[in-house]
Design a protein around this ligand. Structure first.
Ligand SMILES: Cc1cc2nc3c(=O)[nH]c(=O)nc-3n(C[C@H](O)[C@H](O)[C@H](O)COP(=O)(O)O)c2cc1C
Length: 181
């Protein structure tokens, strides 16, 4: 059966490297057994900052943009959430998008990947794991990280060059585990 992966791009800022990293992750995902890759780019989706009068776990979604976002998550077969590390955690753009929904996350097969200058975004990945665990996703325990630095960013651009074989192997392990869910 064909396997589909949706990659949530958590960063939305101008000059982000997140989109290039998502494209690289998509190539790794194909090698790990996914046939179809969709990018759920939060910059393009452009959700307003979360502002729901009643928490989403207690009331139906009201706005058109919230319903459309919920539909995208419902339709996603497997999800890889890709986060940068901002101030030792995930960016507000990603947290806001996650907070929009509740039941949609329950039992959703998800995995986590991060990138950053400090410990390949270990803190952001840990926080994201706690959030997605609380939302009762069907989560891959292991997470994948890319260390940013002179090796991986040339003139500020990410092409996949400089990603270590160890990092690539962990991506393969995580994506293979996600594909098996
Ligand atoms: C507000 C802000 C805070 C940051 N804090 C961290 C941090 O705590 N740890 C880290 O490794 N990198 C940190 N960085 C560096 C980012 O990981 C790096 O700029 C990365 O490229 C951000 O992803 P993006 O380009 O897709 O937005 C921070 C960057 C920004 C903009």
């Amino acid at each position: 059966m064909a396997k589909s992966l949706s990659i949530i791009i958590g960063s939305t800022r101008t000059n982000r490297v997140g989109h290039s990293i998502a494209e690289w992750v998509g190539e790794q995902a194909k090698e790990a057994g996914f046939d179809e890759i969709k990018l759920l780019d939060l910059k393009e989706i452009n959700l307003p900052k979360f502002d729901t009068p009643v928490p989403p776990q207690y009331a139906p979604l009201e706005t058109a943009e919230a319903k459309a976002w919920a539909q995208q998550i419902n339709d996603a077969e497997h999800i890889l959430v890709l986060t940068p590390e901002y101030n030792r955690s995930i960016p507000a753009s990603l947290k806001s998008a996650i907070d929009y929904l509740s039941a949609e996350w329950n039992s959703k097969p998800v995995a986590i990947a991060g990138y950053g200058y400090i410990g390949a975004a270990a803190n952001a990945r840990k926080h994201l794991g706690e959030i997605l665990g609380f939302l009762k996703t069907d989560i891959v325990e292991e997470t994948a990280g890319i260390q940013l630095g002179d090796a991986t960013l040339v003139d500020g651009a990410f092409t996949g060059a400089g990603v270590t074989s160890e990092e690539t192997a962990i991506f393969d392990t995580v994506l293979t585990a996600l594909a098996a869910k």
